[in-house]
Design a protein around this ligand. Structure first.
Ligand SMILES: *Cc1c(COP(=O)(O)O)cnc(C)c1O
Length: 429
């Protein structure tokens, strides 16, 4: 599709002053080609770009806007809070309320430290785990993303997978060597790593429902066995619920699956669309953090009032209206339509879904780990993506990012999306 005038002008200006024209790599559309659309505003399920065109949105800011864009109650809360000041370098009542709200929804979250991004949550969780165990190695899974800190940017899915770069430049080899990589859904691969470095592994970090290699659900028992294996070896289990927390139920999906994480990472939804992250766990671990304990962590804007107000209001709406049944029904409707579309056009592929998170993989008949995800047909996906954009449907510009559904997506929206997907699949052959 030809990039419309204003987006084209903006991208040309951006290329001069911003590396790769964007402030986060996936936004550059490198995996699908073409040049990105610049967004002017959004409301509900609809984005409006700088040229005035509208798109039904399945990116949802990559997760935070579970209530749809510019939800009136969230916006009112932020506006009211802005009148009271943007941050004080001192504690606020709001931070106590958000910690209490998280703690009452998530059993393992006895204490909560707020930070400004999921990346910081990951850094902090590792630091706590390393201090608590006096060990330095960690195990992560190929295709799982936990933010862009040095230790965790090893075979990290998401942007790295999209750009075909398993690892990042600029990460010290000595540090990357402490990160051991296992295969998602393979307990055997984790056992092998524990055998290779007994007594050296501080933590296993996992997305309980993976969403950064496309959506991949854990096989039955995988998470429980993982928790047992980690604990038998004296390591902690860190569940990264930056996407899944409050997305699939009001709280932690690990806990609904019967797993008790030692530390949990949150972000995205708990900031209602504003920058946020959190690490939470039992007091015995969390009190290792300064100033209670010896593990240093800090942030000028940590727990800033706008993010916390937006998050509190979002959680309030989520709890009041118990939206998860609706989100799951919307997800199921889209899943059914996409499966039928694949079948109708005799396209091989599969649809993975967890509640309102969904990925249609073009090519593989099954995806349970990153290797299977990587067998997807990127060229076909790129054609499909552009055909969807032309039909006014904004899906993530990568095979390896989840589609997000919000409470603002109506059945009619989903049905329109399915029609567009059928036509786009026919074009993408
Ligand atoms: C988005 C994400 C992060 C990183 O959060 P940022 O706020 O982008 O730093 C970490 N883990 C998971 C699972 C994520 O999806």
């Amino acid at each position: 599709m030809r990039t419309p005038k204003i987006s084209r002008e903006l991208v040309n200006r951006a290329k001069v002053k911003i590396p790769g024209a964007v402030n986060s790599p996936v936004r550059a559309w490198n995996a699908v080609g073409g040049s990105p659309i610049f967004i002017e505003r959004a409301a509900g399920a609809t984005l409006t770009d700088a040229d005035g065109r509208q798109f039904l949105d399945y990116v949802c800011s990559y997760g935070p806007t579970i209530l749809g864009h510019a939800h009136p109650r969230v916006i009112a809360a932020i506006a009211e809070q802005a009148q009271l000041g943007l941050g004080f370098g001192a504690p606020t009542r709001l931070e106590v309320e958000l910690a209490e709200a998280i703690s009452s929804a998530i059993k393992c979250a006895e204490k909560v430290r707020l930070v400004s991004s999921g990346t910081e949550a990951g850094m902090t969780a590792l630091r706590i785990a390393r201090a608590a165990t006096s060990r330095e190695n960690i195990i992560k899974f190929d295709g799982c993303y936990h933010g862009h800190s040095d230790s965790l940017l090893v075979r990290a899915g998401s942007g790295g997978m999209t750009l075909g770069q398993p690892d990042s430049g600029g990460v010290p080899k000595a540090l990357a060597a402490l990160t051991m990589v296992a295969r998602y859904n393979s307990i055997e691969s984790v056992e092998n790593l524990f055998r290779a470095a007994p007594q050296e592994i501080a933590a296993v970090i996992v997305e309980p429902v993976a969403a950064n290699m496309g959506v991949v659900n854990p096989l039955p028992e995988f998470l429980q066995e993982l928790a047992d294996l980690a604990h038998r070896n004296g390591a902690l289990l860190i569940c990264d619920e930056v996407i899944s927390g409050f997305r699939l139920n009001f709280g932690s999906v690990s806990e609904t699956m019967g797993v008790a994480p030692d530390l949990i990472m949150l972000g995205k939804i708990i900031g209602g669309g504003m920058p946020v992250g959190a690490v939470a766990g039992p007091a015995r671990l969390m009190d290792l953090l300064a100033p209670a304990g010896p593990v240093y962590q800090a942030g000028t804007l940590s727990g800033n009032p706008l993010s916390v107000r937006a998050g509190l209001e979002t959680l309030k709406v989520l709890r009041e209206s118990n939206v998860y049944a609706q989100l799951d029904a919307s997800g199921a409707r889209l899943e059914g339509g996409l499966r039928a579309a694949l079948k109708k056009h005799a396209q091989t592929g599969c649809v993975n879904r967890a509640g309102s998170l969904l990925t249609m993989f073009l090519g593989p008949k099954r995806v349970i780990d990153a290797d299977e995800a990587r067998t997807s047909d990127g060229k076909k996906f790129a054609k499909f993506f552009h055909a969807m954009i032309e039909r006014g449907i904004n899906i993530p510009p990568s095979q390896f990012e989840a589609m997000f559904i919000s409470t603002a997506h109506s059945d009619a929206d989903i049905d329109r999306t399915i029609v567009a997907a059928e036509e786009s699949l026919a074009e993408a052959i």
